[in-house]
Design a protein around this ligand. Structure first.
Ligand code: ATP
Length: 337
């Protein structure tokens, strides 16, 4: 790498755009993305199905070309310097990379050989990765007999064979059970912390973005609608305070009083009052005491800090959890286009 490539951002896009034509209709999958990612960052692209996350990743990894705009990855242009980009990155797509009849160790060795390592180097690298991803004891089994979590870890290991400084992971934990998901997230976090590998992953799991990413780029309808740390994205939203009452009339009276008291928008449903307010945790005891003085006993109280779903709801009016699936698997011709 040149000095410029080391000191500049590891990813820089300007007006990055990708359209697809399907049934004579144009789908604007990615619309004018401007993005910079620095060395050593762990960035999550978060958004609902069909938001344009995978299409962005496919352009950055040179699998498809942009319709317009530019992107540089590791200092190289993704269209004019494809080969250099590919040698600088690791990419783990949504499907499984490993062949089913092969043993995990052989997959890693073949991949290492494809990167011009000698047989000895390839075996040493395979051992290192098997160890790092807790796969040593499963290394000599056919891939088809591995669990979903083990196979996914093998996929990530395969993406790391040539020690890229930048790793792209497309929905790494989709389809994994919660335990395997957390396990994989820990490995990804460790890779970033200990090796300094820059990682860009896509996810529609709010908890995943929140738990492991330094930075969350929220994408919707092909555009970036927010870009910050999860903590900062959430900090402007306040806590959700839920108060339960004995009856609906009691809740209605309490809502009027709480609205005045907290100066916040209050909603009532059944015998429950909900309000979103800054420092809700600190305010809640005072609210309960005030209501008791007015003869309104709070039966149940819950204070919930804001989530990334609240951020998405605030930005779009839709919940990310409930956003309907709107994805279409591209055909091979379309990917090659
Ligand atoms: N090859 C293609 N041909 C036609 N349309 C496509 C193609 N690839 C993606 N699209 C469309 O582009 C939009 C963005 O898709 P993309 O896969 O990038 O979204 P995503 O955010 O990664 O969603 P998911 O989480 O489902 O992978 C969607 O409307 C999708 O149907």
């Amino acid at each position: 790498m040149t000095t410029q490539q080391l000191s500049g951002p590891v990813i820089r896009t300007q007006g990055l755009t990708r359209h697809f034509t399907r049934h004579k209709k144009t789908v604007e999958a990615v619309r004018g993305l401007d993005l910079e990612v620095g060395h050593g960052e762990l960035v999550a692209f978060l958004g609902p199905n069909g938001a344009g996350k995978s299409t962005t990743l496919r352009m950055l990894t040179t699998l498809i070309e942009p319709t317009a705009g530019t992107a540089e990855v590791a200092g190289y242009d993704v269209v004019r310097q494809r080969g250099q980009v590919r040698r600088s990155i690791g990419y783990v797509g949504q499907g499984n990379a490993a062949g089913h009849a092969q043993r995990g160790r052989d997959e890693l060795v073949s991949q290492a050989r494809a990167f011009q390592m000698t047989r000895r180097q390839a075996h040493a690298r395979a051992d290192e990765l098997l160890d790092a991803f807790d796969l040593t004891e499963h290394a000599d089994r056919p891939v088809s007999t591995l669990s979903g979590g083990q196979r996914r870890r093998l996929d990530v290991a395969i993406g790391l064979v040539h020690t890229p400084t930048l790793l792209f992971l497309d929905e790494p934990s989709t389809g994994l059970d919660p335990q395997n998901r957390v396990n994989l997230q820990e490995q990804v976090r460790r890779l970033n912390d200990e090796q300094g590998t820059t990682i860009v992953l896509t996810t529609h799991y709010l908890e995943e973005a929140d738990a492991i990413a330094d930075r969350v780029v929220v994408i919707d309808h092909g555009r970036v609608i927010a870009d910050d740390s999860a903590a900062r994205l959430k900090s402007g939203l306040g806590d959700l305070v839920v108060l339960g009452f004995e009856s609906e009339p009691a809740a209605a009276s309490a809502a009027r009083r709480v609205g005045l008291l907290a100066g916040a928008a209050v909603t009532v449903a059944d015998a429950e009052v909900r309000l979103r307010v800054a420092h809700g945790r600190d305010l809640a005891p005072g609210i309960v005491v005030d209501l008791a003085r007015a003869g309104l006993d709070v039966r149940r109280i819950e204070v919930v800090g804001p989530t990334l779903d609240d951020v998405f709801l605030d930005l779009t009016g839709r919940s990310l959890r409930e956003t309907a699936t709107d994805s279409a698997e591209p055909t091979l011709e379309e990917v090659a286009a």
